[in-house]
Design a protein around this ligand. Structure first.
Ligand SMILES: Cc1ncc(C[n+]2csc(CCOP(=O)(O)OP(=O)(O)O)c2C)c(N)n1
Ligand SMILES: [Mg+2]
Length: 323
């Protein structure tokens, strides 16, 4: 059953979802204005998974997270400073990867984010490595990997889930099933109705959760953490969600059936949590409005700040590399 969280935790989740939403809207504009180069993959519509996951992470304990190129929301939910992210987007030296990674390579060891990966499926084996460390050192830490529905068709995914199950690693595999892998619909590329159904092949629990409901996501991830810490091994969680935007910056997503986006927008993660808080007397429309404004202001101020930050030096090209 979905846990009812404290007013403070709900407030924190709502703030982070608002910050992610407005930051990503601004990022899209900045790409179109050529202020940010390369490409970008937005998680607008999927924010509840980010906050539900992140609220279970204890970086001090040594918990770790790997995620994908669609990782802005996870990074912010884990507590990466917006400045660090925005500067990285713009290739500035003050970015989390010193301006050399960009949108798809956000990393912040302080918050447990050991990497966002552009290679589909590449995060799972790394998560297993972190989980093995926790298991051998008996730290009680867990390692999470976030990925999409298309990723469950990749060889590395199957090898990683299998190994984690055999070794009973404290790995937690969280699938954001947003119905599409690039431009292909889930049902055209997978032979099973749910990604979670694949858990049976590896003898681990496969749990389906409403990915639009932050508290529901929080609840199932918490269960998976307990299981991992008790030495029972990994859990596969499938959060049913939807990306409002196309796959990447220039994709108009014309392959989607008419009306599908509108249906999903009726179950917006920010609306669901804020409505619940209002119903429980923890939030008013006016307070919500001021929270929106605060998030928008932070995005605007941070954007301006990042634009004026220096580029990395030429010498830094030879730093942080293996020869
Ligand atoms: C190994 C590999 N194959 C193909 C690609 C190209 N590619 C980038 S994203 C993507 C789709 C992944 O879909 P999904 O796992 O559902 O994640 P989503 O983008 O929907 O979050 C593909 C095929 C890649 N980056 N890496
Ligand atoms: Mg997908």
């Amino acid at each position: 059953m979905t846990e009812t969280l404290s007013a403070e935790m709900r407030q924190d989740m709502l703030e982070k979802m608002l910050l992610t939403r407005y930051a990503e809207e601004r990022i899209q504009e900045l790409f179109l204005e050529n202020v940010i180069r390369g490409t970008t993959h937005l998680c607008i519509g999927q924010e509840a998974v980010s906050v539900g996951m992140a609220a279970n992470i204890d970086a001090k304990r040594g918990d770790t997270v790997t995620c994908t190129y669609r990782g802005h929301g996870h990074a912010l939910a884990l507590g990466m400073p917006l400045k660090s992210m925005m500067a990285e987007m713009m290739g500035k030296a003050s970015g989390c990867s010193r301006g050399k990674g960009g949108s798809m390579h956000l990393t912040d060891m302080e918050v447990g984010l050991i990497g966002t990966f552009a290679i589909v499926g590449a995060g799972l084996p790394v998560t297993n490595g972190a989980a093995l460390t926790a298991q051998l050192k008996k730290t009680g830490a867990v390692a999470m990997s976030i990925f999409g529905d298309g990723t469950a068709n990749i060889g590395a995914w199957h090898e990683a889930v299998n190994l984690a199950a055999v070794w009973k690693l404290p790995s937690i595999f969280i699938c954001e099933n947003n119905l599409y892998g690039e431009y292909s619909a889930y049902e055209d590329t997978a032979p099973v109705d749910n990604v979670a159904d694949r858990a049976a092949a590896y003898g681990i629990p496969g749990v389906i959760v409403d990915g639009q409901d932050a508290e529901a996501v929080y609840t199932v991830v918490k269960e998976a953490v307990k299981r991992a810490q008790a030495g029972h091994g990994p859990t596969l969680i499938e959060a049913k969600t939807y990306r409002y935007m196309g796959h990447s910056r220039t994709d108009p997503a014309s392959y989607r059936p008419k009306g599908e986006l509108e249906e999903w927008k009726k179950r917006d993660p920010i609306d669901i949590l804020s409505a619940r808080m209002i119903a429980d007397g923890q939030l008013t429309e006016a307070k919500l409005e001021s929270m929106r404004k605060a998030a928008q202001d932070e995005v605007q101020e941070t954007t301006e700040w990042a634009m004026n930050e220096p580029e990395p030096s030429k010498e830094s090209l030879f730093e942080d590399i293996w020869v």
